[in-house]
Design a protein around this ligand. Sequence first.
Ligand SMILES: [Zn+2]
Length: 47
Amino acid sequence: MKDESDSDEEHVEFPCAHCGESRIDLLEWEDEETVRCRSCDRRYRPR
Ligand SMILES: [Zn+2]
């Protein structure tokens, strides 16, 4: 038995710094250090 209710969505370890989006489908790596959030259309650095 699994405890995950929404197992069809993958989440990242570095949610968006602006809106908190963590679904992997909405976050894209722009380069090695920058992630673009498609939820709020802003960029951030996970670390
Ligand atoms: Zn965002």
